[in-house]
Design a protein around this ligand. Structure first.
Ligand code: F6P
Length: 359
């Protein structure tokens, strides 16, 4: 009997179910022994508190196109891993206990950066763990792509497309806030796909003088409206120069719900233009996975299951230059993958006239 555990951890995304389907289908079809699947509920919480259900083939039928996660998810902050729960439970010991009690041969963990750190910790504690790179943010180190990212770009791009028509009708400047607190992959890709005029991402601190100049330049050249895409974590040069503590304090003190409103207010004051803000928010994590996501999720699932059958543990499935591979968990855990301000896409976008507010 091959006994495996599945859990989905951290913020959800569109292709979690598609990935789990890939794992389970591959194992059922290729394992030389019967397979028993334990699905842990709400991420690591299920492993800590023994909340799981025995699942089978049928549970993963018809879920390829279903967004969210059939297991539920939660965030278990890594920095609190060694702090006992209110009820005194030691999280690491509890997870090891559940794993051994169920006699698992492998735990598949679908999660982003923080969750991967926890997976690595469990691997260090001797559990057979295989991680799969989930996040709409695409910020996981060691892989060119994460599942969730393609669908999030699609949602964000559709939002920018829709705003275009109304911005054009009214001749307004729109500030659209796209997800990405620390990294700007979704705003960059959706901004280019949606034909934004300005894209502000955390990796490229902006100068408001440059943003205003870009909007005025567009108006002078006959553009009735302008689209400014800002990442949740867009940061000005002045803010970037602050200490981490001072910047956190500034963000916490924002009167408006998010950075887009601050930026919009400043643009309105300096240009005299009519401004509106749009925040697609969690729609970027919702709905069905797109075709590219389904394919990548399936590849991740199949490769993870193959690694399990081959006895390769303590790894994360990844894609590099179009090829699937395994990378050691300890090499990727907790490392963020940032947009390179000198990357081809940024350079090409600038050549097209898109402003990043830095020049
Ligand atoms: O990590 C994915 C993500 O959607 C980020 O882009 C966003 O900043 C954050 O999660 C939102 O978190 P929550 O769902 O806890 O509000």
């Amino acid at each position: 009997m091959l006994r495996i555990g599945l859990l989905t951890s951290g913020g959800d995304c569109q292709a979690l179910n598609a990935t789990m389907r890939g794992i389970v289908k591959m194992l059922y079809k290729n394992a030389s022994e019967p397979v028993e699947v334990y699905g842990f509920e709400d991420g690591y919480q299920g492993l800590i508190y023994e909340r799981y259900r025995l699942m089978d083939w049928a549970d993963f039928s018809g879920v390829l196109t279903q967004g969210g996660t059939i297991l539920g998810t939660s965030r278990t902050p890594f920095k609190l891993l060694d702090v006992p729960e209110a009820d005194g439970v030691n999280k690491v010991e509890a997870m090891k206990h559940t794993y051994h009690k169920l006699k698992l041969d492998c735990l598949f963990m679908l999660g982003g950066n923080g969750s991967t750190k926890t997976a690595n910790r469990l691997a260090e504690e001797g559990l057979n763990v295989i991680a799969l790179p989930k996040t709409i943010d695409n910020d996981t180190w060691g892989t060119d792509m994460t599942f969730g990212f393609p669908s999030a770009i699609d949602v964000a791009t559709r939002c920018i497309d829709d705003i275009h028509t109304t911005a054009s009708s009214h001749g307004r400047v729109f500030v659209i806030e796209i997800m990405g607190h620390k990294v700007g992959w979704i705003p960059l890709y959706a901004g280019v796909a949606g034909g934004a005029d300005v894209i502000l991402i955390p990796e490229i601190p902006y100068d408001m003088d440059n943003v205003v100049a870009a909007i005025e330049e567009r108006e002078k050249s006959g553009g009735r409206f302008a689209i400014v895409v800002v990442a949740e974590g867009a940061i000005s040069r002045e803010e970037a120069a602050l200490s981490k503590k001072a910047y956190k304090k500034k963000v916490a003190e924002r009167v408006k719900p998010s950075v887009a409103y601050d930026i919009a207010e400043e643009i309105a004051a300096r240009t005299g233009r009519e401004i509106r803000v749009a925040v697609p928010g969690h729609t970027q994590r919702g709905g069905a996975p797109d075709a590219q996501d389904r394919i990548f999720a399936t590849q991740c699932g199949v490769e993870a299951a193959r690694a399990c059958l081959d006895g390769e543990f303590g790894v994360m499935v990844s894609q590099h230059n179009g090829e699937m591979r395994l990378v050691p968990l300890e090499d990727v855990a907790g490392k963020l993958k940032y947009v390179d301000p000198k990357s081809d896409l940024v350079r090409e976008a600038k050549l097209l006239g898109i402003s990043f507010g830095d020049e």
